[in-house]
Design a protein around this ligand. Structure first.
Ligand code: NAP
Ligand code: GDD
Length: 351
């Protein structure tokens, strides 16, 4: 049997880096697509990179999801057995500022890969699409979403991903491709990008622990998300492609917490106590220590989106059953992992 060869778009991102580690452990040859950048953008994968002049199972290729030729050429050259399409402009807030770019990368980018697979007649490739809980936006009276819930995206990002979701399904039905969607709810880790809310919070609080004088400006504190750990979730991406038949799966913890609850729990890990005062745009967070109150969290309107998904909670019953999904990280363990890792980082930055 031919050795498994994976191609990962978005390998420099949070999920791409964990997935690459997982597949290397499983003895895959792993190829990743990286974008040309004027500064280094490989910090999450530097620890697994080996100069290709030496023996290695890990290879990087310049390419871009907006460039059909690069997508086609890479797939033709590598002839992967599995393709994980994790590349995306993945920031919901930014998608309102760069809607066209977001559509090109997070929407049409998926079509470019599927078309390359079709043109090359590589029907044995298994294709994974990184779909998202941002496909859902309205509860329609239900308080939990699963594979058959109604979609109602609320951002240019959500709409781009909706296109990707359906084009994956259409290529599966029309051409018999093994093409599956993982509808993943929010997942975080110490490698989460620093402009996403969880990492923004853990970076801020850990620097505060070491005496920083900064104030944290946030948007909607009451938004609720179903937060899991990226390490648990990349394992499910792999399992989705190991199924006998292509299919779509929701991956979620089934529990939702607000941004404010995330702050409270992260603060507790650091032995901080936060007192909340005021409402709406005037809400403020005070750090209580040594019988003193320090104002440390304020609201800034600029972090509110023109349209917001207020609430997301997923029902992963199908994945629990068919993929044997058993997350190793609880919400508390996830927060602890992020806080502990960012504390080490903050200490390094000070010295
Ligand atoms: P991430 O950290 O933002 O990583 C995104 C990756 O996409 C990066 O490697 C980025 O490269 C790459 N990329 C951006 N534009 C590209 C382009 N034009 N061509 C090729 N690659 C491009 O995202 P993540 O959190 O790992 O998420 C992985 C995937 O899952 C994304 O598709 C995301 O939309 C989706 N998703 C994420 C979550 C979540 O909660 N994390 C939930 C559901 C779905 P650079 O490093 O060069 O920017
Ligand atoms: N980023 C950010 N910054 N979000 C904030 C802030 C802030 O200062 N203040 C409040 N929030 C709220 C957002 O409005 C949102 O309701 C929630 O915190 C989470 O925001 P993000 O961490 O940016 O994640 P997201 O839920 O919008 O999107 C992430 O999860 C999706 C899956 O549901 C991304 O990873 C997407 O790529 C992914 O598809």
């Amino acid at each position: 049997m031919r050795r498994k060869v994976a191609l990962i778009t978005g390998i420099t991102g949070q999920d791409g880096s964990y997935l690459a580690e997982l597949l290397l452990k499983k003895n895959y040859k792993v190829h990743g697509v990286i974008r040309k950048s004027s500064s280094f953008n490989t910090s999450r994968i530097d620890h697994i990179y080996v100069d290709p002049h030496n023996k290695t199972n890990f290879f990087l290729h310049y390419g871009d999801l907006t460039d059909s030729n690069s997508v086609y050429n890479i797939i033709n050259k590598i002839r992967p057995t599995e393709v994980y399409n994790l590349g995306a402009q993945s920031h919901v807030g930014v998608s309102f500022e760069n809607p066209e770019f977001t559509a090109e990368v997070s929407g049409i980018g998926t079509l470019r890969i599927l078309e390359a697979i079709r043109f090359l007649n590589m029907k044995k490739i298994k294709f994974y699409q990184a779909s998202t809980s941002e496909l859902f936006g309205e509860t329609y009276g239900k308080n939990i979403f699963n594979e058959i819930s109604k979609f109602h995206p609320k951002s240019p990002y959500g709409v781009a991903k909706l296109y990707s979701y359906w084009i994956t399904s259409v290529y599966r039905e029309s051409y018999g491709l093994f093409a599956s969607n993982g509808i993943l709810f929010n997942h975080e880790s110490p490698r989460r990008g620093e402009t996403f809310v969880t990492r923004k919070i853990t970076r801020f609080l850990t620097k505060k622990k070491l005496g920083s004088k900064e104030i944290l400006y946030l948007g909607n504190l009451n938004a609720k998300r179903d937060w899991g750990h990226a390490k648990d979730y990349v394992e499910m991406q792999w399992r989705i492609l190991q199924q006998k038949k292509p299919d779509d799966f929701v991956i979620a913890t089934g529990k939702a917490f607000s941004v404010k609850q995330f702050i409270d729990i992260a603060s507790k890990v650091l032995n901080f106590k936060i007192e909340w005062k005021g409402k709406g745009l005037k809400e403020q967070g005070y750090l209580i220590h040594n019988n003193k109150k320090e104002l440390i969290i304020k609201i800034d309107k600029k972090y509110f989106r023109p349209n917001e998904v207020d609430y997301l909670k997923g029902d992963a019953s199908k994945a629990f059953k068919q993929l044997n999904f058993k997350p190793k990280y609880s919400f508390k363990k996830l927060v602890e992992d992020m806080v502990e890792s960012d504390l080490i980082l903050a200490e390094k930055e000070i010295h």
